[in-house]
Design a protein around this ligand. Structure first.
Ligand SMILES: Cc1ncc(COP(=O)(O)O)c(C=O)c1O
Length: 368
């Protein structure tokens, strides 16, 4: 019989997290912004300024009566609806709690420790985290004038490169490479390297040269295209993203999905959003028109603003970025400052954009 006392001294050792986590910044909640003089506008997360349509709210309310039940392991009805909408077999689809959820699946399904993961920088902030979490080595290729340098990226591919993350159009700069440039790049990527084409802003992309990753995936077995219900469909708070790839990749990712990761409320909202897409896309049209109006106004005031194919604008304000953001915050414009680099400003409601233009008029643009 054991003589160990139940009251023995607490152990001085503790389980240690994986060492790779040391390189991943811990989440620190953002301190509340100083009180603004008037209403404040969330222009820092590339959200849709419009609340859900009444039909989507009704679907959410209906689904809310069922929350004592588990959803299906994968959101089958949504998968079927997406398959019809995109004209792809359901086996080419994967879903997740937002496209960031699918990135975690990519890390688990496709990356081994020591693999290299290539992406441009600055780009979507999740990329280095996904790579590091998988024990992979992030390889960052600087943007040139805010745009992907696809030649430099192709040249940076090595025998250890396992995946390329390509944000088209790019967050945070809003710029795009276009279909021809993308296809030339894809032709240079070895077939055993996964290319993740992140089309989170696909619906805002107006250039006639916009690529369509869903279309491209048919001829490219190493391509995975990611899209989301968070931006154009206005469901960021419900977390639904999806990916399209040929079956071998799609199946691997589905194996790594958190079971029931897309809840029933989220699934019903996404299904209804697909159903009322025409109405939602009228809103997207308004956001695009506001994007162009706001950019033109800022340019006329002497601010530098990159052309954007997204629902946000990038102002390369360099060292002034944080002080301009603080000033605009006091005016109720909560924008995202990237230290020493620039400001990313979501295209908001017409009222928010007017406020932004007024603030930009009263703030001297930083010297170029
Ligand atoms: C390029 C890019 N990919 C993915 C996401 C995340 O989307 P989701 O809300 O679907 O996780 C974002 C969000 O800002 C993004 O900018």
């Amino acid at each position: 019989m054991s003589t160990t006392s139940l009251t023995s001294a607490p152990s001085t050792t503790a389980p240690t997290p994986r060492t790779v986590l040391a390189g991943i910044p811990a989440y620190v909640p953002k301190p509340p912004a100083p009180p603004a003089e008037g209403p404040s506008h969330r222009l820092f997360l590339n959200e849709n300024p419009y609340p859900p349509l009444p039909s989507v709210r009704e679907a959410i309310a209906r689904a809310a009566t069922q929350t004592n039940h588990y959803p299906t392991i994968h959101p089958e009805r949504l998968l079927d609806a997406l398959a019809r909408r995109l004209d792809v077999p359901p086996g080419h689809l994967v879903t997740g709690p937002g496209s960031v959820g699918i990135y975690q699946q990519i890390g688990q399904a496709m990356l081994e420790p020591g693999d290299e993961v290539l992406y441009a920088w600055p780009s979507f902030e999740a990329y280095p985290i996904v790579a590091r979490m998988a024990g992979a080595v992030p390889v960052e290729v600087p943007l040139v004038d805010g745009v992907h340098d696809l030649d430099a990226m192709a040249a940076a591919i090595t025998p250890r490169t396992r995946a390329v993350f390509l944000c088209e159009p790019n967050n945070p700069t809003g710029t795009a490479v276009g279909r021809a440039g993308l296809e030339r790049f894809l032709d240079r990527v070895p077939g055993d390297v996964l290319v993740v084409l992140d089309e989170a802003y696909f619906e805002f992309y107006r250039s006639p040269n916009a690529p369509d990753g869903v279309e491209l995936h048919h001829d490219r077995p190493n391509l995975l295209t990611l899209r989301t219900f968070s931006k154009a469909y206005g469901l960021a708070g419900l977390r639904v993203g999806y990916g399209v790839a040929q079956p071998a990749i799609a199946e691997a990712l589905r194996k790594c999905a958190v079971p029931c990761g897309v809840g029933r409320v989220a699934e019903e909202a996404a299904l209804t959003a697909l159903h009322v897409e025409t109405e939602l896309f009228e809103r997207v049209e308004r956001i695009v028109a506001e994007r162009e109006r706001t950019r033109e106004s800022l340019l006329a005031l002497g601010w530098e603003v990159l052309p954007s194919e997204t629902n946000f604008l990038w102002l390369p304000t360099g060292e002034a970025s944080e002080s301009v953001a603080r000033d605009w915050e006091r005016r109720g414009l909560l924008v995202r400052a990237f230290a020493h680099s620039g400001l990313r400003v979501t295209v908001g409601s017409a009222e928010a954009n007017d406020l932004l233009i007024a603030a930009a008029k009263e703030t001297a643009p930083p010297a170029r």
